[in-house]
Design a protein around this ligand. Structure first.
Ligand code: HEM
Length: 330
């Protein structure tokens, strides 16, 4: 099956890449290093910038837990009081100048650092995909390489066509993330499964969803393409200065037997949703470009009462984010 959505979403770099990229799988490199190497080839190397989600804006806000949240997880985050949160919204790809309305800028991301009462932090890293194109870090690396090898002059079936034939979600996942009118008007999903632990030790797998209280507002592709290159990054500050943006923080609970180790498989929509509280995004920081350099959001930076599941993508992400952070900090 041929997919244009995958090109737009994951490998946005197709539009920027040379026709063929030489494989960069040096034998001694880890999967994470190989992944970042392919990202750098696809998107270009931009010193000081993230290998993916390079363009972003940093904001501040707070989280107020619901009464229900305390019953499902013993995490201090859900016991109250409200805690401060640092939020970074982003465009996909490692291209720091990508136009916000470009299809390649999907999925937009939302990363959060909750400042817990004991002085520690908990991170949540979301994007607008409803499910991921692949289930493992190795497969994600291979997908990026397939995109790199499938330039306009590639013979059919291209490497990407062969990859999507063998990985069906890779052909469809990209189409689940669309361009919003505002970073405050899009739902962001956890995609990976995590596990709540309550005060009695009961474990409940779940996936995060951050849903805009004002509702989603999605642009048509034609409208999105006409917007100013920085329309999303420029809009969020003035918007929340007038009225903070609010998101309902939700957990979709897995039913027994739902897979937790495969981010390509969304759970049925009728699974129970628990409201965990409300995130308020109240102001953009004064020097966002400087602030984002020091920020590193790690999908496994959790707290007692929230744990990683058996989803292998979580560790793959942790390894890749560490490599990207190491390179951008040099
Ligand atoms: C194997 C799968 C994945 C790989 C290899 C990967 C790789 C990366 C890398 C290298 C970065 C830059 C990190 C940094 O320099 O701080 C990044 C950032 C990001 N990724 Fe992923 N990613 C993966 C899956 C996901 C998933 C499933 C989501 C969302 C559910 C996601 C959302 C984000 C977001 C929002 C950022 C921006 C972080 C920030 O604001 O600092 N990624 N990703």
């Amino acid at each position: 099956m041929r997919s244009s959505s995958i090109k737009y979403t994951l490998a946005a770099g197709v539009a920027f890449a040379v026709a063929t990229v030489t494989p960069v799988f040096a034998e001694e490199a880890t999967t994470a290093e190989q992944t970042i190497n392919v990202m750098n080839k696809l998107f270009g190397s931009h010193p000081g910038k993230r290998a993916n989600h390079a363009k972003g804006v940093v904001a501040e806000g707070s989280f107020i837990p619901s009464a229900e949240a305390a019953g499902i997880s013993k995490a201090s985050l859900f016991q109250g009081p409200p805690v401060p949160v640092t939020i970074r919204f982003s465009d996909a790809t490692g291209v720091p100048t990508i136009p916000d309305g470009s299809k390649n800028a999907n999925p937009h991301g939302m990363s959060l650092k909750f400042k817990l009462v004991d002085g520690s932090e908990m991170d949540v890293v979301l994007n607008a995909l409803k499910y991921f194109p692949v289930a493992t870090g190795e497969a994600f690396r291979d997908l990026l390489q397939a995109v790199a090898d499938s330039g306009p002059d590639a013979a059919h079936p291209t490497a990407l066509e062969r990859f999507t034939a063998a990985h069906p979600a890779a052909a469809t996942a990209g189409g689940t993330a669309k361009t919003p009118s505002s970073l405050a008007r899009q739902t962001y999903n956890g995609v990976n499964a995590f596990v709540f632990v309550d005060k009695d030790g009961k474990r409940q797998p779940f996936r995060f969803r951050f849903v805009p209280v004002q509702g989603e507002d999605i642009l048509s592709p034609e409208d999105a393409a006409k917007r100013e290159p920085n329309y999303l990054m420029a809009e969020i500050g003035p918007r929340i200065a007038v009225e903070p943006a609010r998101f309902t923080v939700q957990a979709q609970l897995a039913a027994p037997g739902d897979p937790t180790n495969d981010a390509t498989k969304p759970w049925p929509e009728d699974r129970r949703i628990v409201d965990l509280g409300v995130l308020t995004v109240s102001k953009v920081v004064p020097d966002s470009a400087e602030a984002e350099k020091a920020l590193l959001f790690m999908p496994n930076a959790l707290t007692d009462g929230v744990e990683v599941s058996d989803d292998p993508l979580i560790d793959a992400r942790v390894q890749a984010y560490a490599v990207s952070f190491g390179r951008r900090s040099q």
